[in-house]
Design a protein around this ligand. Structure first.
Ligand SMILES: [Zn+2]
Ligand SMILES: [Zn+2]
Length: 416
């Protein structure tokens, strides 16, 4: 499988020469997409980094979720091996700091991989079917990204080998590895559990926005890029045909007038909602997302000033990933560029109105709401005609069957 890198892939800080490292970063994100799809199909998929990860031992029985049956876990091996070759580092040296106006810290952009990569999927089990990997990969390629740091704009790719994928083949491949005779032989059981608060494709949204540019240097006017536009590292990044606009867009959405899209009236809870939605590197309370500090009365615990409670380490999150990803802009043709904004927004966080937020965001991107996006101050004065090209989210009752929705994501011709 040949893959064209559209916006640089992030595979890790360490030596980019190691193919093994490439594959762990990519396998991690393939697993993430597979889990989101499985949960959408009402299958259980554990969080492989969490305390509740597989196997779950009940009496003498070892239980594994379908994601672990595909990707492996303690006690069972992965059904396939991924060999990755190709790709080139964009620049040497440290990360570039992109700092939108009025920000103290900004975002750090490290070199990723550019070019083309070859992805070779090697079965390690006779019940393995390539569709288990190809279908999630194709959905990620079409709507999101692969590798790490997709929230900073990395990882938009295009599958070069045009194979027609069908969601029913993923379903069939899954049925095959979950067959009871097979599991009995392995002396394990399928794990059925509850999936609270973990990424689910039914709760994701996908948008593509296009705009026109008036010259090839338009990117020098992007908020945050101007001060570093002469940096050679950045020039090398631009040569890949992508522009890191994610800091500009996220800065507006998180700190500037874009706040109005998610903040509602209840500004008291702003900080907590912000941590929940955009992520944080601070340690926070796992129920309210307030930042926690060491508990003075019990030094092994953390104190949540909002819940007024002493929390064990397991009751906190060490860091929170952003629920919103904004890709780099990438070229569609000589004058048209596109970027993606996508993510997982679950229902049920206190005081957060999911529906309002998604409606507000969609209308703002489309330019037909009461809240408008100051495109030219974000993307620069040489961009124009910004418009929402496509918006997708699971939308029952129109799309009552998740399989149909997933099939449509595999086929959809919207945007690039
Ligand atoms: Zn599992
Ligand atoms: Zn709390």
């Amino acid at each position: 499988m040949k893959i064209k890198i559209i916006t640089p892939i992030w595979t890790g800080d360490i030596d980019l020469k190691s193919d093994w490292l490439h594959s762990t970063g990519i396998i991690g994100s393939l697993r993430w997409w597979t889990e989101a799809i499985l949960r959408g199909m009402r299958k259980f998929a554990c969080d492989p980094a969490g305390d509740e990860r597989c196997p779950k031992k009940i009496k003498d029985e070892m239980q594994y979720c379908p994601a672990c049956l595909i990707f492996g876990a303690t006690g069972i091996r992965r059904l396939f091996r991924l060999e990755i070759s190709g790709g080139e580092k964009i620049f040497d040296g440290g990360a570039i700091n992109i700092k939108p106006q009025q920000r103290n810290r900004g975002w750090y952009l490290g070199s990723g991989l550019k070019g083309e990569i070859d992805l070779n999927i090697i079965p390690l089990d006779r019940d393995f079917d390539e569709n288990l990997v190809l279908v999630p990969l194709a959905i990620a390629a079409k709507w999101g990204g692969i590798g790490a740091k997709t929230q900073h704009g990395y990882g938009v790719v295009e599958l070069i080998d045009k194979i027609e994928l069908r969601f029913e083949n993923f379903q069939g491949a899954l049925d095959k590895i979950l067959k009871s005779e097979r599991l009995r032989k392995l002396n394990i059981k399928e794990r059925n559990d509850t999936n609270d608060a973990l990424p689910n494709i039914k709760e994701m949204f996908f948008a593509k926005v296009q705009f026109e540019v008036q010259n090839n240097d338009w990117w020098k006017e992007v908020d945050g890029i101007k001060p570093v536009s002469n940096d050679q590292r950045l020039e090398k990044w631009i040569e890949t045909g992508s522009v890191p606009i994610s800091p500009a867009i996220k800065n507006w959405l998180r700190y500037d007038d874009g706040k109005n899209l998610w903040q509602d009236m209840d500004t008291n809870k702003k900080e907590r909602k912000e941590n929940w939605l955009f992520g944080t590197t601070d340690r926070v309370c796992s129920s309210c997302y307030e930042k926690v500090n060491q508990d003075r009365n019990n030094r092994r615990n953390f104190w949540c000033s909002n819940c007024r409670k002493s929390l064990k380490k397991e009751e906190t999150f060490e860091r929170v990933a952003s629920k919103i990803n904004v890709s780099c802009a990438y070229r569609i043709n000589n004058t048209t560029w596109e970027f993606r904004i996508w993510g997982w927004i679950p229902e049920g966080f206190q005081g957060f109105n999911r529906n309002n937020f998604l409606n507000n965001l969609k209308q703002a991107l489309d330019g037909n709401g009461t809240r408008t996006i100051p495109w030219t101050s974000l993307l620069g004065k040489f961009t124009k005609n910004h418009k929402l090209k496509v918006w997708r989210e699971f939308n029952p009752p129109n799309e009552s069957v998740i399989n149909n929705y997933l099939q449509s994501l595999l086929e959809d011709k919207g945007g690039s």
